[in-house]
Design a protein around this ligand. Structure first.
Ligand code: NAD
Ligand code: UDX
Length: 433
């Protein structure tokens, strides 16, 4: 099939490369000429494991192309995916739909035959109706269907998630669109990935409900972790003890510094706003968003305590800046709030991240970027493990101790065993233990 992807970001580029790998002909269109130039040169605009090889393979096979020219991108399309950003709107927390609406207008002008327009961006309930209205107004004779097909991939595991999804949700009641979407995803039938067909509004809501539920699970275990610290229990054992109950499930019960990333923070907020607009507030999600927001900055208090109650003028080493490992994405990373809180308290920050430094430089000021964990720890009073990159899972603690001013480790991902670290002469704090 001929597929066009509008937006070549984390979702558009991965989805486009995976559809091409299934054998479809894919053209990725992006407004950003720098991104398209890099892709033409074989350079990935984002860090995602396996993506460079997948893109190279499919470009070589002639199934994957890139352009900034929407007319060229849409010339042969049978299905057009909208995979542009839907960030929080400044000021009110609603999803900013301006990129989606602009993409819809761009598509409308190019439609010459029946085309399935698929919203892959995460969009509030009713956006499909609005996209349909915009296209109809701009091109009254166009033959098309607007389908909701939310994406559930995680960064860092995006290709595997796209190719082996737990489910594919398709929101449409148009029979021709059902046939096109079934054909597109047919290669996944081998993996027995279920296709769930629903009404369009239902599909739109499934995406927000899924993210809000996962964010709730994380926030729940984070609050239990705080309680564990107060009562002398171990949150990892609590997680295991409850997660083995199949009704609860063991995933997304890892306590930490609060969830970050390009999805959970903005999507919980947008769901809260939608629910308020409809007069049906989702109070659990309101609380989850508020609790998570305060948690990130509060993690700085653990660091201050490990530094003896004062960080003014002291060097703090930050290990890991991205919101999770195996991505370069800094959007809403807990590291940002933690570093800013420590800087406000007068700390000097040395930081190291295996892939996120370039993105971090765009959001953080006055940080010294180090070459590795030991370089970051030079002269530091406390080392803070913020992101559980593999590079931090087996640190040489003796070496770390020799370069630090004072051996203290704050492990916000519970990577180490407390007794082991303390046995090496470190002051050690973690989360919920
Ligand atoms: P992103 O910012 O990485 O990429 C968006 C791309 O769209 C950018 O490259 C931008 O230049 C381009 N763009 C914007 N308007 C355009 C237009 N009119 N024509 C062509 N290109 C245009 O965003 P992302 O992280 O890929 O997220 C995209 C959507 O997918 C969002 O709605 C997000 O919530 C959702 N989503 C993201 C993830 C994730 O892990 N990042 C997972 C699931 C769903
Ligand atoms: C998330 C959803 O998982 C995915 O389905 C959706 O499509 C996009 O949003 P992503 O943001 O890439 O994916 O990463 P995810 O692995 O979900 O982690 C999000 C945040 O939660 C990270 O900051 C992570 O560290 C945190 N997290 C996750 C925890 O603190 N504990 C956990 O147990 C799991």
């Amino acid at each position: 099939m001929q597929v066009t992807m509008i937006g070549a970001g984390y979702v558009g580029l991965v989805s486009g490369a995976c559809f091409a790998d299934f054998g479809h002909d894919v053209c990725c269109v992006d407004l950003d000429p720098g991104k398209i130039d890099r892709l033409h040169a074989g350079v990935m605009p984002i860090f995602e494991p396996g993506l460079a090889d997948l893109v190279a393979k499919n470009v070589k096979a002639g199934r994957l192309t890139f352009t900034t020219d929407i007319a060229e991108g849409l010339a042969k399309a049978e299905a057009v995916f909208i995979a542009v950003g839907t960030p929080s709107r400044r000021g009110d927390g609603h999803a900013d739909l301006s990129y989606v609406h602009a993409a819809a207008q761009d598509i409308a002008k190019q439609l010459t035959r029946y085309t399935v327009i698929v919203t892959k961006s995460t969009v509030p309930v009713g956006t499909g109706d609005e996209v349909e209205r915009l296209i109809r107004a701009a091109n009254p004779d166009a033959e098309f269907a607007v389908v909701s097909n939310p994406e559930f991939l995680r960064e860092g595991a995006a290709i595997e998630d796209f190719k082996r999804p737990d489910r594919i949700v398709i929101g449409t009641e148009d029979a021709r669109a059902v046939a096109v979407m079934t054909e597109l995803y047919r290669p996944l039938f081998l993996n027995r990935s279920p296709l769930l067909f629903t009404a369009r509004r239902t599909a739109e809501l499934i995406k927000y409900a899924a993210n809000a539920f996962l964010a709730t699970k994380i926030t729940f275990i984070n609050e239990i972790a705080d309680l564990c610290e107060a009562v002398g229990a171990d949150v990892q054992d609590v997680s295991r003890g409850i997660g083995l109950d199949n009704r609860i499930g063991s995933k997304f019960l890892h306590a930490g510094p609060g969830y970050g990333g390009s999805c959970f923070p903005k999507d919980t907020l947008a769901l809260v706003k939608t629910a308020q607009d409809f007069g049906v507030p989702v109070r659990i999600v309101e609380t989850v968003a508020a609790v998570n927001d305060t948690r990130k900055r509060a993690m700085a208090r653990k660091v201050v305590a490990a530094a003896g109650g004062e960080v003014r003028g002291k060097t703090i080493a930050i290990l890991g800046l991205t919101f999770k490992p195996n991505t370069d994405d800094m959007r809403d990373s807990p590291a940002i709030a933690i570093i800013q809180a420590l800087q406000d308290a007068g700390a000097v920050i040395r930081a190291y991240d295996p892939e996120g430094t370039e993105q971090a430089k765009l959001v953080l000021k006055d940080v010294h970027y180090a070459q590795d964990a030991y370089d970051a720890a030079q002269g530091a009073e406390v080392a803070v493990l913020v992101t559980e990159w593999d590079a931090f899972r087996a640190l040489d603690l003796d070496r770390l101790k020799t370069v630090m001013a004072h051996p203290a480790l704050v492990d916000l991902r519970n990577v180490y065993r407390p007794e082991e670290v303390r046995a090496r002469g470190f002051t050690y704090a973690s989360v919920g233990r």
